[in-house]
Design a protein. Structure first.
Length: 407
């Protein structure tokens, strides 16, 4: 029989799968076209802005770029847009499934801000929209005429936002939202700027008018921003699996440094593709930033531990029949790793930031305990703490009694 916890977990997996697939397609095409544009041979005669010969899969490709548009519209024109749209839509679907439906567990941290789930969700959605509007207005203003100045302003905005999120959300949600904000800027650039501008150029060409070069210039600026934001987005989306990135006091500083590291890495590859030199200094700068990130992750690791507040959902699981036995099982089999101060050899921080050393934390993590240690044997890893089948059965029985409407 299908149950909600199992269905929702597979739904989350399916959405994540789609998100990863579409992100690979989008990032891959983005990296390819940036490398192609920078590497074009522009010492050619004719109306084309540049050309490139490439070989792949046993075939040779002759590619030409037109700065505005060719003299005549080709019969078949491939538009690169759905990779971006599908990545953002699947990412937002993950946000809904994990962070909105699981707000008590992943979005809200009562020790940071005692918010209701709906308040956190409104802040989340509102910030996604607000930052895009601010960024877009900056780009369209005179301030945005200088791209270097604009990029610095965007960086400052992201740093301020990183700190602001730490005052509202959990560490995991902070990093995830910074990634979502950045991805929203990137997809917004494609949907609201790049594609409309390309449509204007195509329409002018079909009507026999000479397209205005400004539309290509604007699209180029937004595409450059996307190029430098791609690597930080990947890090931020992966960070929720690594507590040293999100579950530390200065996670917002780590996020700020990651944006800088993304710039140094992309600058190196952009320079190589453009054949404008080999900036080896970027390797040293990247390594230095990464070492700095590791050091920042160790700062403030021993704060005073506050009590975790019970949410209504957690109270339901804590009051359900069998919770006392499950509490003892988890404390005996799981809390040696999943605690503020783990004492299992080799474990310095709670894996994935999940802590199961109090009644409140165990009740808050009821669904994950059920899935990871009840109906599956994912935890403990390799059954290192020798949890017995009857103990797993107790976990399943307790969870199902706390959710009778599902059975």
């Amino acid at each position: 029989m299908f149950e909600l916890a199992v269905i929702s977990d597979w739904l989350y997996f399916a959405i994540r799968w789609v998100h990863v697939i579409t992100a690979i397609a989008w990032i891959g095409s983005s990296f390819y076209f940036i490398a192609l544009d920078l590497g074009l041979n522009r010492n050619i005669e004719g109306p084309a802005d540049g050309e490139e010969w490439q070989v792949h899969g046993g075939g040779f490709y002759h590619i030409q770029k037109y700065l505005v548009a060719p003299d005549a519209m080709p019969e078949h024109l491939t538009w690169f847009k759905w990779e971006s749209y599908a990545t953002w839509l699947s990412g937002f679907a993950m946000m809904v499934v994990v962070y909105y439906l699981g707000a008590d567990m992943f979005l809200i941290d009562p020790q940071v801000a005692d918010l209701a789930a709906w308040q956190g969700i409104l802040i989340s959605i509102g910030s996604l929209a607000a930052v895009w509007v601010i960024y877009d207005l900056l780009c369209k203003s005179r301030f945005g005429d200088d791209n270097t100045r604009l990029m610095i302003a965007l960086y400052v905005l992201l740093v301020v936002l990183a700190y602001a999120y730490t005052q509202v959300f959990s560490g995991r949600a902070t990093m995830l939202h910074l990634g979502a904000i950045t991805a929203t800027i990137m997809s917004g650039n494609v949907f609201f700027i790049i594609m409309p501008n390309q449509r204007i150029v195509v329409a002018d060409l079909k009507a026999g008018r000479k397209p205005d070069p400004k539309y290509g210039k604007i699209a180029k600026q937004r595409s450059t921003h996307n190029n430098y934001l791609t690597l930080p987005v990947i890090f931020l989306m992966l960070s929720n699996h690594y507590p040293l990135a999100f579950a530390v006091e200065y996670n917002w500083v780590i996020a700020s440094l990651i944006f800088l590291m993304g710039v140094t890495i992309r600058h190196y590859f952009n320079s190589i593709h453009a054949r404008s030199g080999n900036p080896h200094w970027t390797w040293g700068a990247t390594a230095l930033i990464f070492v700095l990130i590791m050091w920042v992750s160790t700062l403030g690791r021993d704060p005073e531990v506050d009590a975790v507040a019970m949410t209504p959902t957690a109270e339901r699981f804590a009051s359900a029949e069998g919770f006392g036995e499950v509490h003892d099982i988890v404390m005996g089999r799981c809390s040696m790793c999943h605690a503020d101060e783990p004492f299992y050899e080799g474990v310095l921080w709670a894996p994935k930031g999940v802590k199961l050393d109090t009644e409140a934390r165990i009740a808050l993590a009821a669904r994950d305990i059920y899935l990871q240690a009840g109906i599956t044997h994912a935890m403990p890893p390799g059954n290192r703490t020798f949890i017995e089948p009857k103990e797993r059965a107790k976990i399943v029985e307790w969870y199902r009694k706390a959710t009778p409407s599902l059975w």
